[in-house]
Ligand binder design. Structure first.
Ligand SMILES: *[C@@H]1O[C@H](CO)[C@@H](O)[C@H](O)[C@H]1NC(C)=O
Ligand SMILES: *[C@@H]1O[C@H](CO)[C@@H](O)[C@H](O)[C@H]1NC(C)=O
Ligand SMILES: *[C@@H]1O[C@H](CO)[C@@H](O)[C@H](O)[C@H]1NC(C)=O
Length: 274
């Protein structure tokens, strides 16, 4: 029997006795900095444009380049137009180059904090340089103080990835584990739901200020669904353009999305060659 299966049973047992509850801290709104900008075009100067440019940089649409001083201006310039066109094309929106309603609406949605990699031609994508693990036997650990009710859904998500690949996951001490999982605060105007590092850094941070739940709950985010996505990052997958894939960057409250799709599995197969 695989260790993960055993671990899951133990965790499910523990979770059974633990009341479901959540931190219930105030939720950050990703849309605040965008409300002012609806309808803006190239040539406009609007308060908040520089925040949008920084956001587009954070999610992969403007290259990080310290000599690029345009990023800090509130001018809707070529830099912003071209970033928006790439974003619109990646997400199958009309490529208008301005802040039309559909674009503002998608930009305002909750998502993973890992940037997109819009240069890829396939739906699935990898981190630059295609980093991956040297073994299929990986270990995981939760930071001290992690709430019990979050453990079983994360373990279940690990097991799901194991069921479509040669990967096997077992619990280990936090310092030695390949995957270090924790709930932490994020800072800034556009807080992601979660964030993970590529192989072999192995860090997964859930945003502790979100309302984490199991299943479909209004205003709550399903832990297992988000864990499945983030573990994809830990294994070396980047975001997918395929709306149905687990690796699609956006995720909504009151939603359960826990079935790995052909696009997700194909991405992992191509990366590891199994
Ligand atoms: C940078 O800003 C200057 C001044 O507003 C503008 O002329 C130039 O086109 C901008 N460059 C890009 C790439 O947007
Ligand atoms: C694209 O534009 C057309 C025509 O204006 C509109 O009917 C359609 O809904 C738009 N699609 C998207 C995804 O924005
Ligand atoms: C991986 O783990 C399995 C079961 O836990 C074990 O049978 C196998 O020998 C391990 N492989 C390596 C390369 O450590």
């Amino acid at each position: 029997m695989y260790l993960c299966t055993m671990a899951t049973k133990i965790l499910l047992c523990i979770a059974f006795f633990v009341l479901l509850f959540n931190a219930g801290v105030e939720k950050a709104s990703a849309s605040d900095f965008l409300s002012n900008l609806r309808g803006s075009h190239k040539g406009d100067t609007v308060e908040g444009i520089s925040v949008l440019k920084k956001y587009l940089q954070d999610i992969g649409y403007i290259k990080s380049d310290p000599s690029n001083t345009n990023i800090s201006t509130n001018i809707f310039d070529d830099l912003l137009e071209s970033a928006l066109e790439t974003y619109q094309s990646y997400y199958g929106l009309n490529v208008t180059g301005f802040l039309d309603d559909n674009t503002v609406s998608l930009l305002s949605q909750p998502r993973c904090g890992v940037p997109d990699f819009p240069e890829e031609r396939t739906d699935y994508s990898f981190f630059p340089g295609k980093p991956k693990w040297w073994t299929y036997n990986l270990t995981f650990a939760f930071a001290q103080g992690t709430q019990f009710y979050t453990l079983a859904p994360v373990a279940k998500a690990l097991e799901d990835w194991g069921s479509v690949s040669p990967f096997r996951f077992s619990l280990k001490g936090f310092d030695e584990a390949n995957f270090k999982i924790s709930f932490q605060p994020f800072y800034g105007p556009h807080q992601p739901l979660a964030y993970s590092l590529e192989p072999t850094a192995g860090k997964l941070h859930f945003n502790v200020h979100e309302r984490w739940v199991s299943g479909k709950v209004p205003g709550g985010y399903d832990i297992e669904s988000v864990a499945l996505h983030e573990i994809g990052h830990l294994l070396g997958l980047e975001h997918s353009k395929d709306f149905h894939s687990i690796m699609y960057a956006y995720f909504w409250p009151n939603t359960v999305k826990i079935t790995l799709q052909p696009d997700d599995i194909q991405g992992l197969k191509v990366l590891y060659g199994f």
